[in-house]
Design a binder for this molecule. Structure first.
Ligand code: NAD
Length: 477
């Protein structure tokens, strides 16, 4: 399709090709190659490293006030281009156009929020033990960052890293998602067009393992931020650890959604089905294990199945489509394998379970019941439109299942009891808990997990903290 732009590397303020052979980009709704993306060699990475190093020396001296102004300008540019960017995103990633538009607008809001935070990077004065001593705690940018962002939210996984880094005064090399490069490149273009000095933000694509193994150990890089699977996150965190680099890891999840007997069941069905099938379930905080108390199990399941069957699956550019294709063929294979495994372990398919058509990566919204704990999907993140629904007897049983897995990213609960809510807030092992609403991922809220879901935060003031060093300066006058 001619309207889909090919994507280059952005190194030291110049858009250019990489030295390796370009990689194809496929439209997941048609399985057709629609364009390509540049592929960086180590020589290209060396240039990016030199640029990000010089860029840091320049950017750290720009006042927070000026950094904030530039970030806000980039946000405005992004908003002004949202219609075109959203279309590009749907072409390469598959999500419905309305979701792509919402993502673009949220990306601009995230930049604005970090622009404001840039101006609030306060230090502290600590009361001294002697009157002539001054003790000052100063926040300094940690240095050049290497960030790795995935394909499920091509803009929003990247913008959190880029905006927080730039707001803090860091320079950054972003390794964008090769499968969805063009919308991510538009984020970088917005900053470039807002006047960001050359070298401060660089964008590369290529073979992910080659790039991470080259950038992470490199002495220029001082901080790593990665969003992706737990397996890859563990590899990158070990590499970063071997080189004593600061790390933020936003990894997989297997979110529980607990619906108690006293819940507003219609509300739970409406919000949780929306959250499950948004972006075809390729969301790290998507609810996966639906734990429903026995008294409302049948009612919830009936409503949930009805909601899933009402979803119109199709090309995200078409009117009325609520769920697009999966972003790549690997996810379709994964859905088929996980469903077959669950059924072979005795699970039942309440709805869905099949691939749709033989062109594009379409699968049905799927709900499984009676999934035993030894089925793969009861333990592995599906990262797709499959939900597991099971009944529980009492609070303790729900908590036991909730905390069973090594993951701990998001959790959801529906109850009208303040006592139950308070107990959940205490007992659930997760980085985020949303009760009676879907209230995650706003720019001002911390966003991150515990246990195998990673560490550090991609939102809120906590996200800024990870781009700062704390320096103590004490002097006798
Ligand atoms: P994958 O594990 O191969 O890749 C996941 C992401 O990590 C991709 O963006 C990929 O480019 C990147 N990556 C892979 N190996 C890397 C390396 N050595 N160095 C740097 N980056 C590397 O899996 P996939 O098939 O692309 O995605 C499926 C799985 O990834 C899902 O099961 C899900 O758990 C996870 N995922 C999570 C998120 C998230 O938002 N947390 C986003 C995308 C994918």
């Amino acid at each position: 399709m001619s309207e889909y732009p090919n994507t280059g590397l952005y190194i030291n303020g110049v858009w250019r090709d990489g030295s390796n052979e370009r990689l194809p980009v496929v439209n997941p709704a048609s399985s057709e190659v629609i364009g390509n993306v540049s592929n960086a060699s180590n020589n290209d990475l060396d240039e990016a490293l030199a640029a990000v190093s010089a860029g840091f020396q320049q950017w750290r001296q720009v006042s927070a006030f000026e950094r904030a102004k530039l970030l806000r300008k980039a946000a405005e540019i992004l908003r002004g281009r949202s219609t075109v960017i959203a279309r590009t995103m749907t072409l390469e990633q598959g999500k419905p156009l309305a979701e792509s538009l919402a993502e673009t607008s949220t990306a601009a809001d995230i930049i604005d929020w970090f622009a404001e935070e840039a101006r609030r990077a306060y230090g502290r004065l600590i009361p001294p033990r002697a009157m002539n001593v001054r003790q000052m705690v100063v926040k300094e940018p940690v240095g050049p960052v290497a960030a790795f962002s995935p394909w499920n939210f091509p803009l929003n996984q990247a913008v959190r890293k880029v905006s927080a880094a730039l707001a803090a005064g860091c320079s950054i090399i972003l390794k964008g998602p090769e499968e969805t490069p063009a919308s991510c490149a538009e984020l970088v273009r917005a900053f470039a067009d807002a006047g960001l000095p050359a070298g401060v933000l660089n964008l590369v694509f290529g073979i992910p393992a080659d790039i991470s193994s080259y950038l992470i150990p490199h002495p220029v890089i001082r901080k790593i931020s990665f969003t992706g699977s737990t397996a890859v996150g563990k590899q990158l965190a070990s590499l970063a650890g071997a080189h004593m680099k600061r790390v933020t890891m936003e990894l997989g999840g297997h979110a529980p959604a607990i619906v108690f007997d006293d819940a507003d069941v219609d509300l739970a069905v409406r919000i949780l089905s929306g959250a499950k099938f948004r972006n075809a379930g390729q969301v790290c905080v998507a609810p996966t294990r639906f734990l429903v108390q026995q008294g409302v199990y049948e009612r919830f399941l009936e409503g949930f199945v009805k909601a899933a069957e009402a979803i119109k699956v199709g090309d995200g550019l078409m009117d009325g489509v609520n769920m697009g294709p999966l972003a790549n063929a690997r996810r379709v294979e994964a859905m088929e394998a996980l469903t077959a495994d669950a059924v072979s372990h005795g699970a039942s398919i309440a709805t869905g379970g099949k691939r749709l058509g033989n062109r594009g990566n379409f699968v049905q919204p799927t709900i499984l019941t009676g999934v035993p704990q030894d089925a793969r999907i009861a333990n592995e993140e599906p990262f797709g439109p499959i939900a597991l629904v099971s009944a529980f007897a009492d609070y303790d049983a729900a908590i036991l299942e909730t905390n069973r897995l090594p993951y701990g990213l998001a959790a959801y609960a529906y109850t009208k009891s303040a006592k139950t809510s308070a107990a959940l807030a205490r007992d659930i092992e997760s980085g985020m808990l949303s009760i009676n609403q879907h209230g995650l991922a706003l720019p001002e809220l911390p966003f991150g997990g515990v246990k195998d879901s990673g560490y550090g935060s991609e939102g809120g003031t906590e996200a800024m903290e990870s781009y700062f060093n704390t320096k103590l300066v004490t002097e006798a006058t």
